[in-house]
Design a protein around this ligand. Sequence first.
Ligand SMILES: [Ca+2]
Ligand SMILES: [Ca+2]
Ligand SMILES: [Ca+2]
Ligand SMILES: [Ca+2]
Length: 303
Amino acid sequence: MKNLVCAFFVLFFLSCDDGDIIVTTFDFEEQTLERCTDFDFVFFKINDDVNEALLLQFDTSAPFLQEPGTYTASISPGGTVTYRRFDSSIGNDYFCTVVPPTSPRVLEEFISTVGTVNIETEGDFEDGDGIPSDIEDTSVAGNQDTDGDGILDIRDLDDDGDNVPTINEGVVYDAETGTFTSLLDTDGDGIPNYLDTDDDGDGIPTINEDANADLNPINDISDGNTDMIPDYLNENVRTQVDSTLLNYREHTYRLINVSVRLGVTNLEFRNSAGEQVIRDIRNVGFGEYTAPTRTITEQPDLN
Ligand SMILES: [Ca+2]
Ligand SMILES: [Ca+2]
Ligand SMILES: [Ca+2]
Ligand SMILES: [Ca+2]
């Protein structure tokens, strides 16, 4: 077929050469990119005005929904980019069911089983320790890990790795004034408790002052003092746990404000008969997916 209409894919282009098969115009620039949460990884856009949909389906081990960064993944094997035109509008769950609905009917379909998915993920970490990320890590590289447990300070709810969460170590940051209004330093050694691995300065690391070995030094009061001062803040008590029982507590942090930008290059579309190739639709920008907040749990490395 000749002299056909050029398709328009979001921000990308295509040209018409004689002999190419060209689909009707389709434009998903205004449509929201959505994801089927129960499948790895199915993204789609639906244009209800013209009963068209664009589907991206692929698989990857890249942690792009939980780790900001730039990634690439392959459509093949097993993945597809699919354009469909229907005889009536489809619901948002159309692509998210195990057995696709038989209605509405598919009038036209173009599929590519090859291509490269280009992914850019942005987001912010929140460890719930009361200190904003830009204050927690002042290193040039942005990869400060004070306790060396493999979890960066901006994600680490226990920055000094003593099993007392930072938020429980007497640190209070006032975001309005940009200053610390409290920096508890029990032993007066100049290191605030949240960065001090021996808070009472008695020579026994705080993590060891855990008499009942439940990985929580806060609830150990070996001398039974009525002021409820735990061993790790009491320089007169040096009861410590058998070191073979020591470990870190599991850590949880959140990735918030997550956006995932997706584009696919090197596509080769075919129609449902498999005979005709649309050579010039090579690149498709899927736009930005706003992902829900993600809660991540990690076991820190005990060093
Ligand atoms: Ca850490
Ligand atoms: Ca932290
Ligand atoms: Ca401490
Ligand atoms: Ca002590």
